[in-house]
Every structure is written in C-alpha cells, then in structure tokens.
Design a protein around this ligand. Structure first.
Ligand code: 13P
Ligand code: ZN
Length: 278
C-alpha cells in the first residue's frame, strides 16, 4: 500500500486549503471541500474494506452509495491542513444504506466530516446529473462576494450582471452566471436542498451574508471559478469606492464576446433578445 500523504488527491486538498486560507477566505474553521474519488485511486492507498467508523447522516445520500470522497473535517481550520492532513481531512465512502458514511482514513482525533455535508453531497448529486464529470464542491467565505450580499441588489440576475461587467473574462468563465440564495441556516438540510437546486443551473451559488459555493471537474477549475467571481467582486468594491460606475461593457460588447469564445451566456441574465454562440 502506498503512502496516502503522497496521494495526489491529498496533495491537492492540502494545496487548495492553504491557498484559500492565504487569501483570507477561510478564517477559523470557515469553508469546506469535498472531492469525489475513483475506487481505483483510493485502493492504491487504502484497504477499502477496512472501515474505521460509521458516521450517520440525516439526509438521503442513496444516489451516491458506494462513492468515495475526501472531505474536510467539521470545525477544522484550513490553516492547519498542511501540517496535519490526517486530522483535518477524511476519506469516506457513502454506505450501502445511503444514510451514513464509512470512514476509511483521517479525522484522527475522532472528528467528523464538515457540518455542510448535506449541501456538499446534495450538490454532487445535482451536478452529476447535469455533468457526469463533476468531482469537486467547494465552499468558502470569499470576502468581496460575501460583502456584496449586503450592499448590492440581491438577485441572481443583478449580481451576475455586475460580476460579468467587472472583468471582461467573467462571462467566459461562468456564462451560466451565479445563483443567489437568501439567508438560510448553515449546515441544515434546507440550505443543502436549496443549494443543490441552484446547482442544477449554475456551478456558482452565493449564500447571502455567508459565502459562496463552487463546483467543477477539477480542483483547479473549481478554485479558479471562485477566484474569478471573487476578483470581480473585489473590482466592484474598488469601483464603488472610486465613486461608482461611469461606463461599462455594453450588451453589444457581451454579444461580441460570446461569439468570440463560442459561449452561450444565460439568457435570463441578459438584456439582449438573442445571445447565442456561433
Ligand atoms: P465546518 O467547520 O463544519 O466545515 O463549517 C464551516 C463553515 O463554513 C460552515 O458554513
Ligand atoms: Zn461557511
């Protein structure tokens, strides 16, 4: 059996949690990540029949039964993941009953997966339905996006339009836009269900007065998605501090951009009647 600390999936979790901490988006235990793994890659490092503990869930994860994930622990600090991956991360398999997970590695101090497991697993189910290659769900407290939920008109359309306008390439990176949720209780099944519903339409979901969720096929893609939206929110903050928008990207510009990159921006967030790719 190979050393799991050298597994690329552990290294990726260490790297991304360190970056998220360094960027100030995961203070204290803020944020959580889940990463869908192949049985073959897990088997190189762990005996998948050796269950350390069974941890119950109070939602239905049947759609994911038998699937493996590496997940950040509840109450764990992203700041500390690099120096002790085995305590701050866990590898788990969704149990046959779909109502619990089998821990195969990690959470060495007796810990449990993130309190946001409902939002993560429900989002995986939703994303896999629209993109069978989706593997990552990431939550963080990205500072400027979070701030915008206090000061900006709080609709998916209005926030998407502002973010698209703040950096030309935003519309190319998230043509489907960002979906906004009202304030809901973190860790609840309700916020999990609401997030998953929005994840059917978009890979970015903004939780009002809390943070952001991103989903993607790889760790880089998912981090890059959040990073791009957060950068736009930061530019928006500077623009507001500089006295507000005096000129911006026009609908005509957006149409030209969509043509150039062969993308179809979400028509619901677009003013122009026809915005289609080539
Ligand atoms: P956990 O420490 O349980 O992952 O919770 C952190 C968080 O950001 C809740 O939304
Ligand atoms: Zn949070």
């Amino acid at each position: 059996m190979k050393n799991i600390l050298e597994a690329s999936f552990v290294e990726e979790m260490v790297e991304v949690t360190s970056n998220l901490y360094r960027l100030g988006w995961d203070e204290r235990n803020g944020g959580n990540i889940s990463y869908l793994l192949d049985e073959a890659e897990v088997s190189e490092y762990l005996d998948t029949t050796n269950v350390l503990r069974n941890i119950s869930m109070d939602f239905d994860g049947t759609a994911l039964k038998g699937k493996y994930f590496i997940v950040t622990g509840s109450g764990k600090y992203f700041k500390n993941v690099a120096k002790d991956p085995a305590n701050n991360l866990g590898v788990l398999k969704v149990a046959e009953d779909g109502q619990s997970v089998d821990l195969l590695w990690g959470y060495t101090d007796g810990g449990v997966p993130t309190s946001e497991l409902p939002a993560h697993l429900m989002s995986h189910i939703a994303r896999l339905e629209v993109d069978p290659e989706n593997r990552v769900v990431m939550h963080c407290h990205a500072t400027h996006l979070l701030a915008m939920t206090f000061s900006h008109e709080l609709t998916s359309k209005a926030i998407t339009r502002t973010l698209w306008e703040m950096c030309t390439e935003c519309m190319v990176v998230f043509p489907e836009g960002i979906q906004v949720l009202p304030w809901l209780i973190p860790g609840s099944n309700e916020i999990g269900e609401a997030t998953a519903e929005k994840m059917q339409e978009a890979r970015l979901v903004l939780w009002s007065f809390h943070g952001v969720y991103g989903a993607g096929r790889t760790m880089d893609e998912t981090f890059g998605l959040i990073e791009t939206a957060e950068k736009a929110a930061q530019v928006y903050t500077y623009v507001q501090a500089q006295g507000g928008v005096r000129q911006t990207i026009s609908d005509e510009n957006f149409i030209a951009l969509a043509k150039q990159f062969g993308i179809t921006p979400n028509p619901a967030f677009f003013e122009a009647a026809q915005v289609t790719s080539r």
